[in-house]
Each structure stands twice: as C-alpha cells, then as structure tokens.
Design a protein around this ligand. Structure first.
Ligand SMILES: [Fe+2]
Length: 382
C-alpha cells in the first residue's frame, strides 16, 4: 500500500514570529485580506498589531472581521464577495479554527465558478486559489496545518468540510505569545480538542509511522501542559508547548484522519450549540471505552505518553490506565463528564447517528461502529 503525506511548505515558529507577517505576505501580492473574529483579536490588540505590521510593509489591508462562533456558508460567501471586489491577492486567517477555516475557504474558492454550497456538497476543487496564510491564536483545531475548512450549511444544519490538497497554507506563523490572552474556558475547550485530535489520529486505522511520530509527541505535550495553561495562562513555556502540540496534532490528523469522537461532535455541537472542543472533551472517555478492545495496543502506548507508570501492567491494564488519566486531565480543566448540565431540548438522536455513520471520520475509528454503538455512547453522555 502506498501512503502519501501532505504538510504546509513553511512554518515559522517562535515567540514574536508575528513580526514576520509583512515580509511573508508581500511575497504573494500587495492586497491582503485579514480574516478574524469580531472581538477577541481587537480586545487583545493582536488585530491592530498585525494590521500595522502589514501596513508598515506598504501592504493594503482589507479587513473581514465578521467571524462569529462556528462559521457557515453565508459567511464564506460574504468574504468571497469582498475578496473578489477588492481584488485581494493573499488571505490571512488570524484567530482560532473558525477564522482560519473561513480564510482558507475564501482563498481556495477565489477563482472557482459555482456556489459555495456545491463545494460543501462534495463538488471537486478543480484548481488552486489565491495565497492563504494562517496565524493561530488558540492551541486547538490545528486548522492552520490542515487542508480542510469545516463549515455549516445553516439551511440544513449540516456541518462538514470542503477539502483539497490545494488548500494548505503557503505560510503558517506560530507565535505562542498570541495565545497568552486566551481565557481559561476557551483554553480548556480548545486544548481538549487538540488532545482528542492527537489521540484519534494516533489510534486511527489510517495511522502510519510518520503520523504516529507527530501524534505521539502531540499527546505528550498536550497531556503535560493542558492543566498548566488552564491554571496559569501566563505560563509562556506551557503555552508554547500547547501550541506546538496542537500543530503536531493537526499535521497528524490531516494525514491519518480522526474517529468516532469527531463523527459525533459535529452534529452534537450544532444541535446543542456548544463549542466543538468542549463537545470533543466530553465524548473522549466514553468513546475510548468503546474502542478499548480494538485499540488496546495504541491506548497502552498513550498511557505511557501521558506519563502514567505502566511498568508491569499488561497492555489491557495500561490501556485502561490511559482512559483514567484522560479523565483526570479533563477534570483538572473542568470539562464536564457528560452533557446533563446543558440544554438538550434540541437533541435529535437519529440525526446525530445518521450524520456520524456517513461521516469520513468514522471510517478511521479503530473499532467499526454501528448505529447501536453510537446510541450506547450517546446514552452514556446525554
Ligand atoms: Fe476537532
């Protein structure tokens, strides 16, 4: 069997690497669209800083600061119209996964004919777009190093990806100082997402030695530092390790795929209107328990990667210790054990199960999951 690996061509990593944004963007043109959310980047001063760094290199900045919550197709259409009207040459996503995914889709669809919906429904991406750069400000989705844009069709509530090997960022700027201002709840949810992604990529049926190397280091870094950054957001060393961990997890998942947690998390997140990372964190222990039989070896290794003493334990015992450790980490960052504290009136089991069964992520789950298995997991957490 042949395997292919894709990674973005350039990653600039380190404290204050944001200073390089102007020089990098200039390589692709002089008209830059900066995509970000409505508040956080402005409140932290990151938006103004990024904008002035770009302007100091004589670049024209077109601001699209309309990203709010999880992005939908209307938002991409709006960004695309503005980018085309303004004859933008490079799009930069600055923020969490949502801002980065909107920027990725706007750049990727720039020259393509047809509606955003058609591509969301699976129409092939026929050619390259304009240059796209990504600057993550959370340690979470890894969207900066993946080739997909996760978007919701607001008419059908369907949340899925537009994906293309042509959609990798030309340059990713990974600056840990930008993550210092993330509030604790967002730190916990985004960090839980990264940890889940690392674990799902590591135990995926598509995992390969190269993705294992990336995911294993991600699990070590994320497991050791999640509670640290939650308790002290100003710990720059821990913030850096979390950000590196989330980038590694993104690289791993982009090539190895994910699993049942992500298959379930998308429809649950839409129905209950909860942040993606929080949903992933709540689902993690229960899905690991269901996978245990088929993922024993990998889970035993995960226990070791999470720093659990597994000397003398059988693989089965070590795998169970991994689940205990994951629960302990999630408890430390106050991710709830189930969804019972949230408004669940919009919950629709058949829709969740049918979405999950048809999702790409479920194909790579270490254990083959049927509707019955998914229902059991839902019963445990709902
Ligand atoms: Fe995720």
């Amino acid at each position: 069997m042949l395997t292919e690996y894709f990674l973005p061509p350039k990653i600039i990593m380190g404290n204050h690497s944001l200073d390089r944004v102007g020089d990098e963007a200039r390589k692709y043109g002089s008209r830059v669209m900066l995509v970000c959310g409505q508040r956080a980047m402005r409140e932290s001063g990151t938006l103004q800083k990024c904008q002035s760094l770009l302007e100091s290199k004589d670049l024209e900045v077109i601001l699209f600061d309309q990203v709010k919550g999880e992005p939908d197709l209307d938002l991409v259409r709006e960004g695309l119209t503005l980018a085309r009207e303004e004859k933008v040459e490079v799009v930069i996503g600055l923020g969490g996964g949502s801002a980065i995914d909107v920027a990725k889709a706007v750049a990727g669809l720039f020259y393509l004919e047809g509606e955003v919906e058609e591509y969301h429904d699976g129409r092939k991406i026929e050619g390259p777009g304009i240059a796209f750069m990504a600057i993550p400000t959370t340690a979470g989705t890894g969207a900066e190093v993946t080739n997909n844009s996760v978007l919701t069709n607001q008419k059908t509530s369907l949340k899925q990806s537009i994906r293309s090997p042509l959609w990798y960022a030309r340059c990713v700027i990974v600056d840990p100082t930008l993550t210092l201002s993330i509030p604790p709840a967002v730190t916990a949810a985004t960090g839980a997402d990264a940890l889940v992604q690392a674990i799902e990529a590591y135990s995926s049926s598509r995992a390969q030695p190269i993705t294992d190397a990336l995911a294993a280091r991600a699990i070590q870094l994320l497991g050791a530092n999640l509670a640290r950054v939650y308790k002290n957001g100003q710990n720059l060393k821990a913030r850096k390790d979390m950000l590196v961990g989330s980038v590694l997890a993104g690289m791993a998942l982009s090539n190895a795929g994910l699993g049942a947690i992500h298959a379930l998390a998308h429809p649950i997140g839409v129905q209950l209107d909860l942040p993606h990372g929080l949903v992933c964190g709540i689902l993690l222990p229960s899905v690991m328990e269901h996978n245990l039989e088929c993922a024993q070896e990998k889970y035993a290794q995960i226990a070791g990667l999470l720093g659990v003493d597994i000397v003398g334990s059988s693989p089965w015992e070590a795998a169970q210790l991994a689940i205990q450790k994951v629960k302990a980490v999630l408890k430390e960052v106050e991710i709830p054990e189930d969804f019972r504290g949230f408004d669940r009136r919009a919950l629709n089991y058949p829709e969740i199960i049918s979405y999950a069964l048809s999702s790409n992520s479920l194909k790579y789950n270490p254990r083959k999951m049927e509707a019955e298995d998914l229902k059991e997991i839902l019963d445990e957490v709902m």
